[in-house]
Design a protein around this ligand. Structure first.
Ligand code: BES
Ligand code: MN
Ligand code: ZN
Length: 502
């Protein structure tokens, strides 16, 4: 867990012709207007080359652009990497520039980078963003090849600061950003694990390891205990698999004087075939990511373990594998959940909401008085937001407001769906307290799915986050890698740790 690959430090920048960091390349981040002003690389011929690229429209300073200029000995680096920031220098544009620089460094097999801090943003923010970008940009999915070729590694990065910079403050900023990026990459790693390599019992072991590492209390209920406590929903969803369900709980008490306890519940479906209401096999492999919510929460808890914010947390991860077999639950089944409510199962592929309902009730029983759930809950969210934004549903706008603020600080896109009573009415069952799907109608699918969970939040303030479109990508997109993204780790960490991070 958490192997530090890149050694990141700061040094005072003196001049372009001094390569004290002994770097293979120097990274210069430029806004469009800085590029227009010219003379930005500290070397006339290289500046001329850069202006040439500008005139041809190859490098305009737009965010996302990155050019590697070989110096041919004009500067004491092999390359100058120029990265576009677009119109403004912000944490978001700097993080992106750093991701692209890190990827280019790997492609060119550069082991040491120097990155010059821009002067148009405070140096703590710059250091946080650049550090995050380096570690997120060098993320690579695990490979299972017999003979894996030796991979390039970025071993060292030196952030070049102004002389006046507070070195201790910046060292702490690096450590904080490393923790956040490690949490994100940890969530990516867990989410990318194939279904045969991560089952509910191994997810539970992973959570126990994290708890031990961070000093959290940890409890794991096996399938017998789950059934004995009356969680008929989690039992039903897990029934079809030879890999039985688990209910994982972590507890962190960072504010013992407060009675406020936030429950965070993550969907931990280690593989979702849809069960008897089986999914189309085309693309079903994406469903290795159906525990992305659980992974994001564990990633955020890694950050909590290091930064120790003053909050009380109960993390609940209901975990199951949604499979078919003679023991699987069926459409038409009526199951009774921990809350005592009955659920009519119309579609066994709407399994996430059932186990999240169990998780919410359990968190409330343990004392949570506010609730957040994170889940790859619906494909319907892709119809609304594509793979761009995470959907939020809440029963308490005042609770959501600061959370949206945290998402904005973390530069993750969260957009609220409406919570009208008409949507909740679509979940009325003729035989049970609630039904798990709206039948043949797929209208407002992401909203009704969220509101099913909200039914079990009852009066407790609650936020639901549907990462069905954002937790996993079919191909690399901008700064985000192919496969698991680790989305919501930064937002949750930002919400829980506040200004200790952003
Ligand atoms: N895990 C899926 C949702 C999902 C699908 C996430 C595709 C990411 C990509 C969830 O369990 C599911 O199958 N939801 C169904 C619900 C429907 C049967 C009411 C869906 O959205 O199609
Ligand atoms: Mn499903
Ligand atoms: Zn699912």
């Amino acid at each position: 867990m958490f192997i530090k690959i890149t050694d990141i430090t700061t040094q005072v920048f003196t001049s372009y012709s001094n390569n004290e960091a002994q770097a293979d390349a120097i990274v210069i981040c430029l806004t469009e207007s800085e590029l227009r002003q010219g003379a930005v690389l500290g070397q006339p011929q290289l500046d001329q080359a850069l202006q040439g690229l500008k005139e041809k429209g190859i490098f305009t300073g737009a965010s996302g652009e990155l050019e590697a200029l070989p110096t041919h000995g004009l500067l004491p680096y092999a390359y100058v990497l120029v990265a576009g920031l677009g119109p403004v220098t912000s944490r978001e544009t700097l993080r992106a520039a750093s991701v692209y620089a890190a990827r280019e460094a790997l492609a060119l097999r550069l082991e040491r980078l120097a990155l010059k801090l821009p002067s148009s943003i405070d140096s703590r923010s710059a250091v946080i963003a650049l550090t995050e970008g380096l570690l997120l940009g060098t993320y690579r999915i695990a490979s299972y090849r017999k003979n894996e070729p030796v991979r390039a590694e970025l071993r060292q990065a030196v952030l070049l600061t102004e002389a006046a910079a507070d070195a201790a403050l910046l060292a702490q900023a690096i450590a904080t950003a490393e923790t956040v990026a490690e949490g994100t990459n940890y969530a990516r790693d867990l989410t990318n694990l194939p279904g045969n390599k991560l089952v509910p019992a191994s997810l539970a072991e992973e959570a126990m390891k994290l708890a031990q590492h961070c000093g959290f209390a940890c409890e794991v209920l096996d399938e017998q205990e789950i059934a004995a406590r009356g969680m008929g929903g989690l039992t039903a969803v897990g029934a079809g698999s030879v890999n039985p369900p688990r209910l994982i709980t972590l507890q962190y008490k960072g504010d013992p004087d407060s009675t406020d306890v936030l429950g965070i519940v993550g969907k931990g479906v280690t593989f979702d075939t849809g069960g008897i209401s089986m999914k189309d096999p085309d693309g079903m492999e994406e469903m290795i990511s159906d525990m992305g919510g659980a992974a994001s929460i564990l990633g955020a808890m890694h950050v909590v373990g290091q930064l120790k914010p003053k909050v009380n947390l109960i993390v609940v991860i209901p975990s199951a594998e949604n499979m078919t077999s003679g023991a699987a639950y069926r459409p038409g089944d009526v199951v009774t959940l921990l809350s005592g409510h009955s659920v009519e199962v119309l579609n066994t592929d709407a399994e996430g909401r059932i186990i999240l309902a169990e998780g919410l009730t359990y968190a409330k029983q343990l004392g949570a008085n506010r609730l957040i759930d994170v889940a790859t809950l619906t494909g319907a969210v892709l119809i609304s937001f594509g793979d761009v934004a995470t959907a939020a549903v809440t029963n308490d706008d005042e609770f959501l407001k600061p959370f949206m603020g945290a998402a904005a600080q973390a530069d993750e896109k969260v957009w609220q769906l409406p919570n009208y009573p008409e949507y909740r009415a679509m979940l009325k069952s003729d035989v049970a307290d609630v039904r798990n799907s709206t039948g043949t109608s797929r209208w407002a699918g992401a909203t009704t799915a969220g509101l099913f969970i909200g039914f079990f939040a009852e009066e407790t303030p609650w936020i639901h986050l549907d990462t069905g479109g954002t937790a996993w990508l079919w191909s690399e997109k901008g700064t985000e890698p192919k496969g698991a993204t680790g989305v919501m780790v930064r937002t949750l960490a930002s919400y829980l740790c506040g200004s200790a991070i952003y």
